[in-house]
Design a protein around this ligand. Structure first.
Ligand code: GTP
Ligand code: MG
Length: 137
């Protein structure tokens, strides 16, 4: 597929990195197909990350993701899911390649600046979680 889903997380929006991160995403060849600035409730964040609910960091993750505003977006590019994960870098910024978004803007494995879908199937599920049919075209 040629689409992925991303969020700019509360650490990055709070530090004023939104513009720089969007710039890097666009300069890497991704087109923004849908985008919104929102704040998740803990309940909504918990639902989005339900797949991680048995993991030890789930509570921390839900608290963090509902702690401030995020930007949610659907992105389009050839090979979008894999290329976007390359652009953002490893989950832990300490392991992220030089120049990646997480290397530049993330503070820790938990507060890691951006989300990127891990499969075509999840990109669709995640985009549908945030955007109605009218907002996706
Ligand atoms: P996403 O693009 O956000 O899904 O990151 P990922 O696919 O690189 O990582 P994964 O799906 O395994 O984990 C989802 C999110 O949970 C991560 O992005 C982190 O925000 C958080 N997370 C993962 N591992 C840890 C951890 O060890 N501690 C804490 N506090 N958070 C973690
Ligand atoms: Mg993931």
């Amino acid at each position: 597929s040629n689409r992925t889903f991303t969020m700019i997380k509360p650490d990055a929006t709070g530090k004023g990195y939104t513009g720089a991160i969007l710039d890097q995403i666009i300069n890497a060849g991704f087109a923004i197909k849908a985008m919104k600035w929102i704040k998740l409730s803990a309940e909504q964040a918990g639902k989005f990350y339900e797949i991680h609910k048995e993991r030890p960091f789930y509570g921390e993750l839900v608290e963090f993701m509902s702690s401030g505003p995020i930007v949610a977006a659907i992105l389009e590019k050839e090979n979008a899911v894999a290329d976007f994960r390359t652009l953002i870098g490893a989950t832990n910024p300490a392991n992220a390649a030089e120049g990646t978004i997480r290397k530049k803007y993330a503070a820790s494995v938990g507060e890691n600046a951006v989300h990127g879908s891990d499969s075509d199937e999840n990109a669709v599920i995640e985009g549908n979680f945030f955007f109605s049919g009218l907002e996706r075209f």
